[in-house]
Ligand binder design. Sequence first.
Ligand code: AHR
Length: 588
Amino acid sequence: MKKTTAFSIAMAMTAISASASDVVLDVWTARIGAKIPATMYGIFFEDINYGADGGLYAEMIKNRSFEFPQNLQGWRVLGDIKVMEDGPFFRNPHYVRMIPSGHRDKATAIENEGFFGVSFEKGKKYRFSIWARVPDGGPDKIRVELCDPASDIDWTDMARAQITIDSGEWKKYTVTLEPSHTAENGVVRLFLDRDSKHPVDVEHVSLFPVDTWNGHENGMRRDLAQALADLKPGVFRFSGGCIVEGTTETDRYQWKNTVGPVENRPLNRNRWEDCFTNRLAADYYQSRGLGFYDYFLLAEEIGAAPLPVLNVGMVCQYQNNPEDHTPLDSLESYIQDALDLVEFANGDVSTKWGALRAEMGHPAPFGLKYMAVGNEQWGPEYVKHLAPFVKAIRKQHPEIKIIGSSGPGVDDDKFNYLWPEMARLGVDLVDEHYYRDEDWFLGNATRYDSYSRKNPKVFAGEYACHPKGNKRNLYKGALSEAAFMTGLERNADIVNMCTYAPLFANVNGWQWRPDLIWFDNFNTMLTDSYEIQRLYSLYKGTDVIPVTMNGKPAAGKEGQHGIYASGVCDSNADSYIVKVASRPLERL
Ligand code: AHR
């Protein structure tokens, strides 16, 4: 091999292995290969492990619209409380009528337990809002309190506010509460005034920290969103995962139910309510307070390309039979949802869906470029379902890159069947998922070195090392993910994006692990895998450049060597990773 332009880095390997000798790495800077796409390292958000309600979504009240099947789930009641069902928001029709006892010492009240407690902090501000009316005209008063039942501090000192409900018509009332104490397992209490004479109706009872991510009122937890922003992701895949498919057709993810006024977004049963574990999450519902508008906005604010995943007319194949899928001749509304989503994200404000985006606060287009259709679907049914989507999207939106699925595995019959089919359908990228052990990840660091360069590009859409015998976030798991990612970036000419999964887990209510970021109501815990993601994303290369070690390819095949090299130093040494950057050298 003739060096044209190269610089050499001599590395004393003794620091790594006492028996190893010096090696010379040559970085062939004149042989620039593929550009490493901006989308290379991204994030994937799914509402699993209480990732949305009880997680990223900063709402602190559980079952705020009284729409859980047991309408008062999450609430304790005192006195005469009636659940009504002719409320002002037709897709969430239930509300609560609080009826006065007629005696000042007999209270009428409701109390919300929050998500694993209502956790509030001294010195912070919280925005309480409620829709209410006095059906017979009133006026009357209600009182809201933040309380800590475990504390011996006088509850009345915590935070309280009185609200006068002055109308027989439904109206939104808002007050700001500033607790004088911190409580981890607090509650929110709502009392009818002790001198009350009139029933008061309440609906959509909501409590948010004022300090949300970028101050958005229907906002996200600042710390969790910041953890995402700190990754500087190039792509943001949402909203699933299995929840896109649904356990049944009814509870599949439908983006149109997640936009518009939050009060009227219908509740959905979460597909992760009891899966895989014995931890029955009987209160795991999706308020859809966090919806597609919010995801697009977050993508924009953290500089990531939005990548929505849409249902292809098929329910989760693990949980259903072929006859449970939507028949091929009934896919029209599903396909229309895909086309309308492009209009919602990119359309002019004079269009129906573009106008809704503008009304929600974002007249400028979101710049949608990618769309995945189907998650982990497989078999000929998937191909038949996907084909009309591809045709319609290509016809109306040739600018959109379509992502197809290769099924849930990466070395089985389903996978081997789907790849050629995806190529035949002409999708732009194929989504591959890997939840494997450390041997698999280390062994697959070279996976893409020999992939066909003629097929669609690869999106490593879900991956995480599940260490053998111990499915936890372990350092060796994170390290083997790093080795694998090295191979992704080295093959950036065909692997255009990758996203770890799952992203979030609430320590008090998870269904799946390992996960990238753990949290409780106050704290965020970033894992080793997170640090690997951050390292790779922040120090992503710009171009693939050949690297040789002592004159031989450092990794991969001739002509495909990247700016990274990974491998075994010698037979006595542990696996290690050499990260070589052609510029700037300070990154080493
Ligand atoms: O990330 C958890 C789940 O793993 C996703 O919902 C699904 O796509 C995959 O099976």
